[in-house]
Design a binder for this molecule. Sequence first.
Ligand code: NDP
Length: 324
Amino acid sequence: MAKTVVIAEHGGPEVLKLEDRPLGAPGPGEVLIRHEVCGLNFIDIYQRTGLYPMDLPAALGMEAAGVIEAVGEGVTHLKPGDRAAYAAAPPGAYAEARVMAAAQVCPLPDGISFEDGAAVMLKGLTTHYLFRRTTPIAKGDTVLFHAAAGGVGLIACQWAASEGITLIGTAGTDEKCQLALDHGATHCINYRTEDFAARVRDLTDGEGVDVVMDAVGADTFEGSLDSLKPLGMMISFGNASGPVPPFSIGVLGQKGSLKITRPTLFTHIAEPETCQQMARGLFEKLTSGAIKMRVDQRFTLDDVGEAHRALEARKTTGSTVLIP
Ligand code: NDP
């Protein structure tokens, strides 16, 4: 048996319930992993509220790190006793242990702690595909990144700095802006007190940025389009403030032949070898020191509701983890 966080209905943090679930043995292509640390992500909130519908009852959580206890037939990249970490669907990572498909479970290098491994997989692989696999971004290019002091945000600030990319961040308080600057953002705009699109124009001599990475969604969408150069790329990858409302595609023409894409991590890591390769690239960023994880909130699995409340209320910075 393993204590697992389950929801029987969509709703507020009160629908999160801890229950004992049978574990079973791994079948072909599966592993049994015992979690040391589980990651918390905004997608967990979308799933809990029903913004991203799922069949119920359902376990939650998409990222964790721990030790492999058993492997099923055909699993060759992991063995019992190995340290490992993953970002993977379907959810079920808020648990003491689970049996799951091995394809997206990656060997975790000895130099990376379980806590960093659990915090970095989903957010770091997302940063990887945003900067490397979505649109060409070269040294010297300028990116606008919203919620730059959040989990994905602080990783993105460091990723950009390590590759000579200018990152203009936004964040909801002056303290959060300072944190983004301390992690490598070139500028950071408090978008609760300033018109960020106008400030981006000032900071770029009227030109605008090459790429916007926007996971705030409803509140920032229009300003994000107004921050782009002609032919610029809008990457809309989340909805922390609510989903982007429907818009007329003609707007992209009027604002300068803009491009737009709406990616998800799970498309990028669907192919197992690509996932493993991306993880190795991400781990290199950590072991070389280019990226240092910042875990600012720790909760026990029993306190998962508190963790959700804090993330939703914009009270967190950097990454948040759950300790089983
Ligand atoms: P964060 O730690 O970044 O938390 C979300 C942040 O969004 C908040 O801290 C807050 O920062 C900002 N925000 C702005 N408006 C609101 C609002 N109305 N309610 C709540 N938060 C708001 O979360 P994660 O690092 O887990 O994820 C960041 C974003 O990236 C999420 O939208 C997530 O869904 C998305 N994502 C998308 C993926 C994909 O592949 N498509 C994969 C991974 C993440 P502030 O106070 O500074 O405004």
